[in-house]
Design a binder for this molecule. Structure first.
Ligand code: 5GP
Length: 226
């Protein structure tokens, strides 16, 4: 807190994106463990549940028809079709959280991230890169949750997605998870220090104010050597 300036208390909209298997979900989960003033938006999807998925926790699982209803009713901030399934960010709650100073995280694929950037230019868009394509391949295969055909589609999409990296504000290579989380934390901290978050400067530099502060207490600096 400063009594010299007033800064915007609004939270940041943080888009974490990158190819499937790059570890963006793990980075955000770890970040959220230690940072209570951040909130993860839960997306809607029309894809089938995979082992480990939980309704309302990993996603809100909808039928294609239900998803299309949400599009029609303008309930989504963005949505994209990815591997023949819909994925989208519900609008509800986001604005309220931001107003309360809470950072809102969206963990989404590249088309959706670029749509958010277009709609909300101040969103902080972070691209998570795997250390190498070989490592990405190993992570996708190692999950053992999908057929070879689906893995191939995700891997092919990854090449196109990585081509969009320069449209983001930041890039974080997920070589070692703790280091990647530290980088995300550093990005958000530096964003909080941006001068465009200053709303007002209270500094009173009138002669009286300066005099009052300086002379408010009697002090004598006897050690001063001129
Ligand atoms: P998965 O099927 O592996 O859960 O997700 C496939 C891709 O969709 C991932 O890159 C994931 O981050 C992304 N995704 C998840 N939720 C959303 C969303 O709300 N919007 C968009 N555009 N992509 C999403």
């Amino acid at each position: 807190m400063s009594n010299i300036i007033k800064q915007k208390e609004r939270g940041s909209l943080v888009v974490i994106s990158g190819p499937s298997g790059c570890g963006k979900d793990s980075i955000v989960a770890k970040y959220l463990e230690k940072n209570k003033s951040a909130w993860l938006s839960i997306s809607c999807t029309s894809r089938d549940m995979r082992p480990g998925d939980e309704e309302g926790k990993t996603y809100y699982f909808l039928s294609k028809k239900e998803f299309e209803e949400k599009i029609k009713n303008n309930e989504l901030l963005e949505y994209a079709k990815y591997n023949d399934n819909y994925y989208g960010t519900p609008k509800a709650d986001i604005e309220e959280k931001l107003k309360k100073g809470i950072d809102v995280f969206l963990v989404i694929e590249v088309q959706g991230a670029l749509k958010v950037k277009e709609l909300i230019p101040e969103a902080i868009c972070i691209f998570v890169l795997p250390p190498s394509m070989k490592e990405l391949r190993n992570r996708l295969v190692g999950r053992k949750t999908e057929s070879k055909d689906k893995i191939l589609k995700r891997f092919t999409a990854a090449y196109q997605e990585i081509n969009e990296v320069t449209k983001y504000n930041y890039v974080v290579t997920n070589d070692e998870i703790d280091e990647a989380v530290t980088k995300v934390k550093a990005i958000l901290l530096s964003e909080r220090c941006r001068v465009d978050r200053i709303e007002e400067v209270y500094l009173d530099n009138s002669e009286e104010a300066i005099h009052e502060l300086l002379m408010g207490e009697d002090f004598e600096n006897e050690d001063i050597k001129i």
